[in-house]
Design a binder for this molecule. Structure first.
Ligand SMILES: [Zn+2]
Length: 212
């Protein structure tokens, strides 16, 4: 089961990918982790990647693909994997298809204002880092666990969230169109609760298993 989750920041794809990973026993592969591991292992492709990272440059697609190829050929990927953060562009998606064909692309769709409500309602404890949502705080302004002050992170302010979403839509819209054209993309409702969202994903994956 080779999967890719697409969805804007705040759609909850990280959480859902983690649950799918555990339920199906397939690793969640993030490009950040692959990069760190390869640089630490000092493989030849890892060192090439490191030379870009050290200069503060983006790692070129060719190097990223090499790294992904190495990672997905490891034994823990025998039953499949979930990609996280790669591909980000149509060029990368095409290059990826040449080394492995994804079985399903799960595209979480959610309105921008729903994400703004979700993220701008988030409050983080300055003391212990616990997160809350204003809809469940009932006006309380301090942390339940340590009594610390609850604040809105700059990243979660409505203007910043709208900016991040604009960047996401601009970069990802072509990728969504590309995967739609492969017939392997399933669009899911990203506005559901975690439980409802997981039911929806499980149903999509069961259909996939039956078809495969
Ligand atoms: Zn706290």
């Amino acid at each position: 089961m080779k999967l890719l989750f697409l969805g804007p920041p705040g759609a909850g794809k990280g959480t859902q990918a983690a649950i799918v990973s555990e339920r199906y026993g397939i690793p969640q592969i993030s490009t950040g982790a692959i990069l760190r591991e390869a640089m630490k292992a000092a493989s030849s492709v890892g060192l090439r990647a490191k030379s870009y990272v050290d200069q503060g440059l983006l790692v070129p697609d060719g190097v990223m693909i090499e790294l992904v190829r190495g990672r997905i050929s490891q034994p823990d990927c025998d039953r499949g994997f979930i990609l996280d953060g790669f591909p980000r562009t149509v060029e990368q998606a095409r290059a990826l298809e040449e080394i492995c064909e994804l079985d399903a692309i799960l595209n979480l769709e959610i309105e921008d204002d729903a994400i703004v409500r979700r993220l701008s309602g988030r409050r983080v404890c300055e003391g212990c880092g616990a997160t809350y949502h204003t809809s469940r705080l009932a006006g309380r302004a301090s942390c339940e666990q340590c009594g610390g002050a609850l604040t809105l992170r700059g990243d979660d302010s409505p203007e910043t969230v709208l900016n991040r979403l604009a960047v996401y839509h601009e970069q990802t819209a072509p990728l969504v169109r590309y995967y739609e054209s492969t017939g392997r993309m399933t669009t899911l409702d990203g506005s559901l609760s975690l439980e409802e969202g997981m039911r929806q994903i499980s149903a999509a994956l069961e259909r996939l298993e039956r078809a495969g």
